[in-house]
Design a protein around this ligand. Structure first.
Ligand SMILES: Cc1cc2nc3c(=O)[nH]c(=O)nc-3n(C[C@H](O)[C@H](O)[C@H](O)COP(=O)(O)OP(=O)(O)OC[C@H]3O[C@@H](n4cnc5c(N)ncnc54)[C@H](O)[C@@H]3O)c2cc1C
Length: 226
C-alpha cells in the first residue's frame, strides 16, 4: 500500500457542502482524522435492491483509506462496491438543555464519507487492511491473537473507502439562548455531558487457569473512549 500525505483541507464537493447548521461544519482534515480516530463504530448507508440499508459496523483507518469488513454473505457489503455509499461516524458528547425545547441540541463530533468502496482482493493488502482494522479497534491484538487463516480470509469481504469525499461537523459548549427573552423564564439550562468509558475486563468463564490478560488490554480498563 502506498502512503499518501493527507491534505490539510477537506475538498468541498456538491455532496459534502454544508448547508443546514453550516456553522458547525469543519473543513479541517485534522478534525476528520480526530473523529475517525476517536471511534471504531460506523454506520454504512447503502441502497440494496432499491431500499436504503444503514448497517452498524466496525472500521479502521490507514492514511487516506477507511477499511470495513464482514461476511461474504453480507448483503450490504456485497452491494457496496457497485454503489455509492454514505458512511457516518458519530460521537455524542452531551445534551444541550436550553430554556426552550426548540433550542435543545446535542454536543457532538460527526463525520460523513461518500464514495464507491473498493473490494480488496490482493492477499497482502487484504491482510494489511485487516491488520489496520484490528489495530484501530484494539491496538496490540493483531500480534497477540491468532491471525486469520486462508479459509477465514476467503469468508471475509474487506472493503476500502477513500476519504477523498468527506465532511465533519462539531458542536460544543453551552446553550445559545442565555441572552434571549427565554433567559427571563427562570428555567435551568446547561449541558448534561456524556462520556463513554471502558469497564473492567471480564475473563471468559472457559478461560484456562493461569492465562493473564495482556498489558495492552488491562491498560484500556477504565479508560475514556474517544
Ligand atoms: C448526534 C446528533 C444529533 C443530531 N440531531 C439533530 C436533530 O435532531 N435535528 C436536526 O435538524 N439536526 C440534527 N443533527 C444535525 C444533523 O446531523 C445534520 O447536520 C443537519 O440536520 C443537516 O441535515 P440536512 O439533511 O439538511 O443536510 P445538509 O445540511 O444538506 O448536508 C449537506 C452535507 O453536509 C454534510 N453533513 C451534514 N450533516 C453532517 C453531520 N452531522 N456530520 C458530518 N457531515 C454532515 C454532509 O456531507 C452532507 O451531505 C444532529 C447531529 C448529530 C451528530
Amino acid at each position: 500500500m502506498t502512503e499518501q500525505t493527507p491534505s490539510l483541507v477537506l475538498p468541498e464537493t456538491e455532496r459534502t457542502r454544508h448547508r443546514r447548521l453550516s456553522e458547525q461544519g469543519s473543513s479541517s482534515r485534522a478534525d476528520l482524522d480526530a473523529v475517525l480516530k476517536a471511534g471504531f463504530l460506523c454506520h454504512l448507508g447503502v441502497v440494496v435492491d432499491g431500499t436504503p440499508m444503514v448497517v452498524p459496523t466496525v472500521y479502521g483507518v490507514e492514511g487516506d483509506t477507511l477499511y470495513f469488513h464482514g461476511s461474504v454473505a453480507s448483503r450490504s457489503l456485497v452491494a457496496s462496491p457497485q454503489a455509492t455509499v454514505c458512511l457516518t461516524v458519530t460521537h455524542v458528547d452531551g445534551l444541550v438543555l436550553s430554556r426552550s425545547v426548540f433550542e435543545h441540541g446535542v454536543n457532538y463530533r460527526s463525520a460523513m464519507v461518500y464514495g464507491v468502496p473498493r473490494a480488496v482482493t490482493d492477499p497482502d493488502e487484504k491482510l494489511a487492511g485487516l491488520r489496520s482494522l484490528t489495530e484501530h479497534i484494539t491496538p496490540g491484538q493483531w500480534d497477540y491473537a491468532r491471525r486469520p487463516n486462508r479459509k477465514e480470509l476467503a469468508a471475509t469481504v474487506l472493503l476500502a473507502l477513500s476519504l477523498d469525499e468527506a465532511s465533519v461537523k462539531l458542536r460544543s459548549g453551552p446553550p445559545e439562548d442565555g441572552d434571549g427573552p427565554d433567559a427571563e423564564l427562570g428555567v435551568w439550562a446547561g449541558v448534561l455531558p456524556l462520556n463513554a468509558t471502558w469497564g473492567a475486563l471480564e475473563p471468559d468463564p472457559l478461560l484456562a487457569e493461569g492465562i493473564a490478560a495482556p498489558a495492552h488490554l488491562t491498560a484500556r480498563e477504565h479508560q475514556r473512549l474517544g
